[in-house]
Design a protein around this ligand. Structure first.
Ligand code: PLP
Length: 405
């Protein structure tokens, strides 16, 4: 399929280019000492991860350990309540550890093992990526250092406990505001000293090349499975596909299955409390081009051009940029990026729980909320939603802040 002069038959092969660019977005803006480390990972990715041995081992792990393929479920009662549009969800909430993040963590950790590395390193904000990576490290017998801001450690006690039980070292970062940004800096600094023995495992389709490509490719299992399952269930393609976008990994994986199809694709960003800077994390909607965390993309900046403080009710969407591929697909118009606010999200959280017996993650509730609005607008047809994770982690927060609705 051709769209805006891009041939989508060969898109996944051709994007990013050899230097990690999707159009003008992406690349690797890193300190010289990390350049060698990234090149090593890129080379290893193209040789090891494309080998049939690696592919069949990852397939087996996905089946026997992660519980893949995750099903696609038809939302009969919710669809009925909205009119004539049929809604379906891809159940990444049923993936081991309760979200899509394990899809790329198992891939990254298996690559580390093949490369002969002893350790994986990462930062974490809310702790979801840290838990997924600690799980993968335990499975492969790798050491695992997770850098986490002191403020986040206090806020996310259950995830800190999970990481420790799984055998990870949670390293407290006390610089600056002691949250995600400082944790990223500390993890990169540690990595530049230790890269001979370890690899850095990024938690989304962000960071320097090759991570946006590698994480997308590992996550594309979601879109490939979902397309096949949807076709088998209905005999046709969905009219629309919807996913929430933080860094953008669950969306990139889902979209990869449908970019070459005549399907409308929607990425949903968090509008939070409203459009004022600091009240949301809708970077593609309100941001401008810039470089942060090693890549060029669209980002939310403060008056000094630094990454702006952002807010979302979903801690996993709380990031001032999105992966370079999303910036590119946005510019092309192949994917439409839109927003929902906290209120719509919390309503969708309770609606899906009550009508379908599925408690969604607050992140995923953004996609559900958008699909509910879209269904009313479309009037007929079908929508496939990526349900990126389950909401168990969010229940205390919801009860405390919103009560039972
Ligand atoms: C981390 C997380 C997200 C956001 O990350 P992406 O890279 O944008 O997918 C979305 N949903 C859940 C359940 C998460 O844990």
């Amino acid at each position: 399929m051709n769209f805006n002069n891009i041939n989508f038959d060969t898109y996944l092969k051709n994007y990013p280019d050899a230097n990690g660019y999707f159009g003008k977005y992406g690349g690797a803006y890193i300190a010289p000492e990390l350049k060698a480390a990234m090149d090593e990972i890129t080379t290893a990715y193209f040789t090891i991860c494309k080998s049939s041995k690696f592919i069949s081992e990852l397939r087996r792990i996905r089946r026997e350990f992660q519980g893949r393929p995750t099903p696609v479920s038809y939302l009969e009662r919710l669809s009925g309540s909205l009119g004539n549009v049929q809604l379906y969800v891809k159940r990444e909430d049923l993936n081991h550890t309760g979200a899509h993040k394990l899809n790329h963590c198992m891939g990254e950790a298996l690559l580390a093992k093949y490369m002969g590395k002893k350790k994986v390193i990462a930062e974490t904000g809310a702790g979801q990526h840290g838990v997924a990576l600690a799980t993968a490290a335990a499975y492969f017998g790798l050491e695992c250092d997770i850098y986490m801001g002191a403020v986040d450690i206090k806020k996310q006690a259950p995830n800190v406990a999970r990481m420790k039980i799984l055998g990870a070292n949670v390293i407290e970062v006390t610089d600056g505001l002691a949250t995600l940004k400082e944790a990223v800096d500390a993890a990169f600094t540690a990595y530049s000293k230790e890269y001979k023995d370890c690899i850095y495992c990024i938690g989304s389709v962000v960071g320097p090349h090759p991570f946006p490509m590698m994480v997308r490719d590992f996550q594309s299992v979601v879109g490939i499975e979902a397309r096949e399952q949807f076709m088998e269930m209905t005999g046709e393609l969905p009219d629309a596909v919807v996913a929430c976008v933080g860094g953008g990994s669950n969306a990139a994986g889902m979209f990869a299955g449908f970019l070459n199809d005549p399907v409308d694709i929607y990425g949903v960003e968090p509008l939070g409390r409203g459009p004022k800077l600091g009240d949301h994390a809708a970077s593609l909607q309100y941001g401008t081009e810039g470089v942060m965390h090693g890549f060029n993309s669209i980002m939310l900046k403060d008056e000094n051009g630094e990454p702006a403080p952002v807010y979302s009710v979903a801690s996993g969407l709380d990031y001032p940029s999105s992966g370079p591929e999303h910036a590119f697909l946005h510019e092309l118009g192949r994917v439409k990026y839109d927003v929902v606010d906290d209120e719509e999200t919390i309503n969708a959280f309770f609606t899906l729980s009550r009508m379908e017996g599925i408690i969604p993650a607050i992140e995923s509730s953004h996609a559900v909320a958008y699909a509910m609005k879209l269904a009313k607008k479309m009037g007929k047809g079908s929508i496939l939603i990526n349900l990126s994770g389950r909401g168990d982690k969010d229940m205390d927060y919801i009860i405390e802040n919103y009560g039972i609705r």
